[in-house]
Design a protein around this ligand. Structure first.
Ligand code: 5GP
Length: 131
């Protein structure tokens, strides 16, 4: 069965898309730790990041780097925190999170409740910084 992220890539489930290319896709996390919390994934469905082949793995990080620069221009923050967890969704994803202090990376914290408009506005701001 396709993962929820494959369904997002295929447009079967809606997402606040940031960017995509032939191999990778970036979209806002639906339960964000911060405004701008973005997930970067390979389109190819692989569960565990260290099972990726070297080229695909390196490409994922290069794509994440590009997206991170756009997020930090769009969302005021000290830097972009990075996490790879993958306990909930078995499809490789890198969390990119605007942070100001170490506790901003605490996944046990309550997530933000954002409106559709807030998600859309955040996605637009980040997308603008890509072009
Ligand atoms: P992890 O697998 O790294 O523990 O967490 C998976 C992440 O995917 C969570 O932060 C969760 O909010 C996010 N997520 C799960 N389902 C969806 C979804 O349908 N849409 C989006 N945009 N994010 C999701």
């Amino acid at each position: 069965m396709p993962s929820i992220f494959t369904k997002i890539v295929n447009g079967e489930i809606p997402s606040y898309k940031i960017d995509e290319d032939e191999n990778y896709f970036a979209f806002l996390d639906i339960n964000p730790l911060a405004k701008g919390h973005t997930l970067v994934i390979p389109k190819k469905e692989i569960d565990y990041i260290f099972d990726m082949d070297d080229a695909m793995h390196a490409g994922l990080w290069n794509f994440a780097k590009k997206i991170s620069h756009a997020i930090e221009k769009a969302v005021p923050c000290k830097r972009i925190g990075i996490a790879v967890i993958g306990l909930e969704v078995p499809h490789v994803h890198i969390h990119l999170i605007p942070i100001n202090k170490v506790s901003d990376m605490n996944f046990a914290m309550p997530k933000l409740q954002l409106s559709k408009e807030e998600f859309e506005e955040t996605a637009e701001k980040i997308k603008k910084q890509l072009s």
